[in-house]
Ligand binder design. Structure first.
Ligand code: PNS
Length: 155
């Protein structure tokens, strides 16, 4: 059985993340979605809120967790065979390639890249937060449960 780990900040989860996770669920026998808990990075949603949203979205089809520290250590803890990351742009490629190579150097962990659907290639969590903070519409950029959570947080 192949277990794939989809890690991320997910602050908030976007339709781009949903697309990649859905496709990972189709491609691999088991999927773990993990929120990085990074106390040095300020986030709009708490780790618990992000985990809870991901559970609402995928709880019946994937294991949802969080981790702090090294991704490769968490991957070993949950028995993941590989990491899945989405690629939107050339900028993503450079950063993601470096992380993938570092993780392979550290533990031999492989990373599989999924090309994000072109419909979502312009969406990032940071831009979604910026639009929401400035009062713009984020409908169609994030799942409705996420939209509701952001509206409540920013009202
Ligand atoms: O959604 P993001 O912000 O692109 O996710 C980045 C994430 C969580 C995959 C990355 O920050 C990460 O792997 N953090 C754990 C720290 C780590 O293992 N660093 C060393 C290897 S690159």
């Amino acid at each position: 059985m192949t277990t794939a780990l989809c890690p991320g900040s997910f602050d908030p989860p976007t339709n781009g993340h949903v697309d990649v996770i859905e496709r990972a669920i189709t491609a691999f026998e088991e999927v773990v979605v993990a929120v990085v808990d990074n106390p040095t990075k300020s986030s709009l949603l708490s780790t618990e809120e992000r985990v809870s949203l991901l559970k609402e979205l995928f709880g019946d089809r994937a294991r949802i967790g969080s981790f702090s520290g090294m991704l490769v250590e968490y991957a070993a803890e949950v028995g993941a065979d590989l990491v899945v990351k989405g690629l939107r742009t050339v900028d993503d490629y450079e950063y993601e390639m470096q992380m993938a190579q570092m993780n392979r150097h550290l533990s031999g962990m492989e990373t599989v890249f999924m090309a994000t659907k072109s419909d979502w290639s312009f969406i990032s969590s940071s831009l979604v937060k910026e639009v929401a903070r400035l009062g713009g519409s984020i409908t169609g950029l994030v799942p409705s449960v996420v939209e509701k959570a952001l509206e409540e947080r920013l009202q």
